[in-house]
Ligand binder design. Sequence first.
Ligand code: AMP
Length: 394
Amino acid sequence: MNDPVLVINCGSSSIKYALVPAAADQPRLTGLAERLGSDDARLKGTDARGESFTRPLGRADHVQALTAILEGLEGHRPGAVGHRVVHGGEHFTRAALIDDEVVATLEATSALAPLHNPANLQGIAATRALFPELPQVAVFDTAFHQSLPPRAYRYALPEALYRDYGIRRYGFHGTSHAYVSARADALAGHSGGWLTAHLGNGCSTAAVWEGRSLDTSMGLTPLEGLVMGTRSGDVDPGLHAHLARQLGWELEKIDRVLNRESGLLGLSGLTNDMRELEAAADAGHAGAALAVEVFCYRIAKSLAALSCALPRLDGILFTGGIGENSPAVREKVVALLPHFGLALDPTANRETIRGREGRIDTLTPNRPALWVIPTDEEGRIADETRQLLGETPR
Ligand code: AMP
């Protein structure tokens, strides 16, 4: 299929889109419809000439926003739609062609991701109504981690909770971990053992061996694991009961505090933006310095733990907004793993930012490599969509 794939990431009040052409060197049309359902709903994007635009959408809902997105594509008709879907449960081990049965399975899975899957389903319903003739594919954040062995995905809880309610570790950001580890295999010229660190507003690590995820830091929900922008990551499982009993907090409040008021924001008392935190820490803000320190320590600790999953460590891959752009975070993480025998090249580390791909170690033989690999979740979703439709990837 030579037609572009329209990649859609649908949230409860936003739709992020990218029209991904078959040829990798062709430009992408990208944009975001946001504040849907409110008076100031709007569409922001980049047109075919690379110019930015913003258009008011009135009180547009998802269907109206998708209609506006299609109009904004200036006659570029997609040949298929690829949907990012957060949770595929245990049912989906790879991308799936969307039909009524897949929708019903996803509806049944929604209890596992109540904040995300209903919005993804809304986007699927709207695009199916608008483009009934186009094949639509669901690409899951969880699917890449379905290769985890039981020792990595089971919690030490009564077995019935797993059997009857699917309570286990699933992992997320699978599209990103899959993309950067496949890219590292291609760049290294062999399939290897990689520790991947996706560090953005959401953060997770994964251990990937010969293209298969063997362990990852996120669990039943995307709250487990690393410190994130506003998410706490790991806390003592006794914390919820403690907060309920001692402070009288309701479940909703505990959930909100751990998901929206914690992480870098909570630790620093300042912001969830790493750029601002690094500047504030340099200017002597103690909370910002502590937030960066805890953030980096927890990444290193997670990478060290996940290394147990790998028969051999060929390298560490940094990606996501922070992983791709913060030499300081990368340097701190590497410094906390002296027993890995890593050798960071300070110049390469400093210069590999703003979308550059490259090695940031000294290329010393028999030492694990350090790579910065800008993630491309949209490209990967388009590739998986094409693959599923029986076409060769880009
Ligand atoms: P993402 O969710 O992948 O878009 O990543 C967002 C995060 O990347 C935010 O915490 C940003 O502060 C961070 N980020 C983006 N650019 C930089 C930069 N130049 N230095 C440090 N952090 C950055």
